[in-house]
Design a protein around this ligand. Structure first.
Ligand code: C5P
Length: 278
């Protein structure tokens, strides 16, 4: 069991996190994020067609949650899915994880920002210039279009990569936590707004990059949901207590027999945890 307290800032590497879940002791972590909790929950629309995605959006629209569109759906439907979601007034995270030469990624960020999304992401492994130019392009496009600039977020080390794969195949030495924090610092130096990371790295990222640097956290499972292929999971309450700004959750909602009820339960759990840290 991974046990986290205030004393653990910056020292997560020593934890035994072989079991799932994070047990919090006293002094919960605060986040400066003042958005309504529902907006901080991004439901991953991992569908292969527009109809299924829009059906779920329609079911959940009254809850006020936000939605994440990933590669599968976007490459199937193109921008129309964003246009349809924008009609509902929800926040949209376009999760296409850009990684190419700086000029190309800046162009992609410009195109994505023109769609009116609230958040988009690039790989930190693309380096500072790539990240900086993507942020500049997104901000400039939003300014020219009279829209709020999207948050530009860096993907750190994918949660599907373990230390052995990272060390032996990708050729990056050290622990996953070291790499995540290094990428988070790079992203901050490039002017990005935050990172996607596992909940297990939130405290180390906050210690390195401060309270204003945004964390976007997938790998979250309510106690009543199946883990699926996610390994180092935390519950919604644990993610909030650890200081996650945004929670990304797919199958516990999209595969639930009653997605509205699943969202109600998740938001109630998040609200209870948030009360503890006010
Ligand atoms: O269904 P589930 O809750 O596992 O979905 C998690 C979502 O978060 C998926 O859309 C997945 O692509 C995304 N994600 C992730 N791990 C990362 C980055 C993104 O699970 N490191």
């Amino acid at each position: 069991m991974l046990t986290v307290s205030d004393n653990d800032f910056g020292n997560l590497r020593s934890h035994d996190d072989s079991e799932n879940g994070v047990r919090l002791q006293d002094s919960p972590v605060r986040t400066g994020n003042r958005l309504p909790l529902a907006k901080r929950l991004y439901v991953a629309l991992d569908y292969d067609n527009l109809d299924d995605a829009l059906r779920l959006v329609d079911q959940l629209r009254d809850s006020g949650v936000s939605f994440k569109i990933g590669m599968q759906l976007f490459y199937k439907t193109g921008p129309v899915v964003i246009e349809r979601l924008r009609e509902t007034g929800c926040e949209i995270f376009l999760d296409l994880k850009f990684h190419d030469i700086p000029n190309t990624v800046a162009g992609a960020a410009d195109s994505a920002a023109a769609l009116g999304v609230s958040m988009l992401n690039v790989h930190a492994a693309g380096g500072i210039e790539m990240m900086r130019r993507s942020k500049q392009a997104a901000v400039e496009r939003a300014r020219q279009s009279g829209m709020k600039p999207p948050l530009v977020i860096a993907v750190t080390q994918l949660t599907s990569t373990d230390q052995q794969t990272m060390n032996e195949q990708i050729g990056i030495a050290g622990t996953v936590a070291d790499t995540v924090v290094r990428y988070a610092r790079l992203a901050q130096a490039a002017g990005l707004d935050g990172v996607v990371a596992s909940a297990h790295e939130i405290l180390a990222i906050r210690a390195a990059c401060g309270e204003q640097f945004v964390t976007v956290i997938p790998g979250i499972r309510p106690a009543w949901a199946a883990a699926n292929d996610q390994k180092r999971i935390v519950t919604p309450a644990e993610a909030i207590r650890l200081g996650a700004d945004y929670l990304v959750m797919g199958r516990p909602i999209t595969h639930a027999p009653d997605p509205q009820d699943a969202v109600r339960k998740i938001l109630a759990e998040m609200a209870d945890a948030a009360k503890e840290i006010l």
